[in-house]
Structure formats: C-alpha cells, structure tokens
Design a protein around this ligand. Structure first.
Ligand SMILES: [Zn+2]
Length: 335
C-alpha cells in the first residue's frame, strides 16, 4: 500500500495580494477567504502554501465583490501541479544542459531530501519542455540577426524515459544556448525526428551549418534525409559516458560491497560508543569519526568521471591515516 506523506513538519506559507487598499474607494482591504492551499515541493523543500483572498468591506463600494489575490502565489507553480516552477526548471537544466540521466536526477533530488519519484521526474521534464516551447518564439526572434549572419549549429538531445513511453527531445542552437524546438515523440523513428524536429528548424529559414547529437542510428538517418551534406558530429559527453560505462558500473559494484562491509562493522562500534559514559572525551571524538564515515558512505557518483567507489576508497584511506595519527599521539585507544 502507498504510504501517505507525513505533513506534520511542513511549514505554512501565506500569500496576500500586494494591493493593500481598495482601488475603487481607497478603504483598506480585508482578508476574506483562502482561495486555495496546497502542499508544494520546491527546491528549498516542501511548503504548505495558502493563497489568501482579500476584498473591500464597504458595502456601498462598487468593488466590494471583487476578490484580490497574490500574483506571487500564482507564479509558484502550474495550476493543478504540486511542484514548484523552480524545481521544474532545475530538473530541465540537469537533463538538457548537464546531460544527466533519469537516475542521476533521482539521486540529486534524493540528496536534497525531495520526494519526487522517477515517474514524476519524467512528467516534470514534460512540463519543462512545454514551458520551453511556450517561450521560445520570442527568444528566437530576439536572436534573428545573429542567426541570419552566422547560421545555426544545432544539437539534438533525446531521452527515452521508459520502455513504451514517449520520447522527449530538445533541439538547441549550441552557440547561443537557444532552444529551437522542444517536442515529445511517441517513437524515435527517423521519419518522425525529421518531420517533428528537423523540418521545424529548417522552416525558421536560417542556414544550418552543423549538427551534434549522440550516435543514435535514427537521428543520423534523419539528419541525412533532412539536411543532406550537413556535417554531423557525435556528442563528446555522450561518447565519454558510453565509453565510461564499464568502469562506472565496476566502480558502483565496488562501492556497494564497501558500503555493506563497513556498515556491518560500524553498527556495533556506534552502539558501543553511544552506551559509553557521557563525559568520555574519546567517545565523543570517535562518534565524530563514525558520523564522517557514514557521510562518506552516503556520497554518490556521476558518470563518467566522478567515481563514487574510488572516492569512498580515498575517504576511507584519509580517515584511517587520521585515526593512526590520533593513536600515535595516544589520544584514543585502539578499536
Ligand atoms: Zn472599496
């Protein structure tokens, strides 16, 4: 059964309209009702947001029936969504600017103690693309002169979320970091990529100088069909991630083993220390060591170069050296 969320420690946040007096008669506005309230997941944590409605109390005022609301509260999230815009933008950034995978985004959110499931991340990436799509015509227009003079170097970034689901794609101009097309495709077929991603870019009317993407067969075919003769390079980030997969996986396995072994040894030591006398200074120092060790065990890596297993190994080595120095000074007994 699904566990309901514990909302006991979630702070309340109240929003009021910026107007303090009635624009019709000038009398002070008074709180009338709660327009809506919801639990919102933001980058800073969960909050319980209240949007308070205010109105004029003078019965003879022509504006007495008008309810004023906080613009700021309306700008926190999409209607009906329990996730803040700040979170949606950050997830989009991780995904499409930093090339993080779904699992990596999941770990980053977990590190921030944010309750967002894998499926929800996927939906939020969809929301992000919709928001991006809505703002892009004005941005492209603002860069028209540059695009006309220099042409476009475009990147195609696709993400297959889960088996059988739609694919999320973003096409960007890499020099300007400008999104040209953001779309959801029901399949990664070459003809769909051509029709829904490349043709709209061509329709903008700028010269396309080069394409960069991962080495996906369908993207390659689509580029050949829609942009014949256009130079097409494989993305270095994707190549490095692919090349590093074996090492990354081996490292992950090592980390899992190390974690399991050390946690098993750490538990009885921690228990012993917490039962020792409260004024024992050695126990306090060793408790700090235990906490640092636990922290080191929690750290996660990031493909391709940030290897959590090796980092953990280094941390353990430094901790061991530090403990040895303490023992040399006869500060703490051997344990
Ligand atoms: Zn009034």
């Amino acid at each position: 059964m699904r566990k309901s969320k514990d909302n006991t420690d979630v702070p309340n946040r109240y929003y009021r309209p910026t107007l303090q007096t009635c624009p019709r008669c000038g009398a002070p506005l008074h709180q009338r009702c709660t327009l809506w309230r919801k639990y919102l997941v933001t980058l800073a944590g969960r909050v319980h947001v209240f949007s308070m409605g205010y109105s004029c109390r003078r019965s003879r005022c022509s504006g007495a029936r008008i309810i004023y609301r906080s613009v700021e509260a309306e700008q926190l999230s999409l209607k009906g969504s329990s996730f803040g815009f700040d979170l949606i933008v950050q997830i989009g950034r991780w995904r499409f600017w930093e090339h993080r995978t779904l699992d990596e985004i999941g770990s980053l959110l977990k590190a921030l103690h944010l309750p967002v499931s894998r499926r929800q991340i996927l939906y939020l990436i969809g929301d992000f693309l919709a928001l991006l799509q809505a703002t892009q015509p004005a941005k492209i227009e603002a860069q028209r002169a540059y695009c006309q003079r220099h042409g476009l170097v475009i990147s195609i970034d696709g993400m297959e979320p889960e088996q059988g689901n739609e694919m999320l794609f973003v096409v960007r101009e890499v020099n300007l970091d400008l999104t040209l097309v953001a779309a959801t495709l029901y399949s990664s077929r070459a003809d769909l990529i051509s029709r829904q991603l490349l043709e709209p870019v061509k329709a903008l009317g700028f010269r396309i100088r080069a394409v960069v993407s991962d080495a996906d067969k369908n993207i390659r075919r689509a580029v050949e069909a829609s942009l014949p003769g256009c130079p097409h390079q494989a993305c270095q980030v994707h190549c490095l991630c692919d090349a590093g997969t074996l090492i990354f996986e081996a490292d992950r396995a090592m980390k899992t083993d190390l974690r399991r072994d050390i946690r098993a040894k750490l538990r009885p030591i921690s228990r012993g220390l917490s039962q020792s006398l409260p004024d024992n200074p050695q126990a306090a120092v060793l408790m700090d060591y235990c906490e640092i060790l636990r922290e080191a065990l929690r750290a996660d890596g990031l493909s391709p170069f940030d290897l959590a297993g090796l980092n953990l190994y280094d941390s353990l080595h430094r901790l061991e050296m530090s403990l040895r120095r303490c023992q040399k000074k006869r500060g703490i007994p051997c344990c």
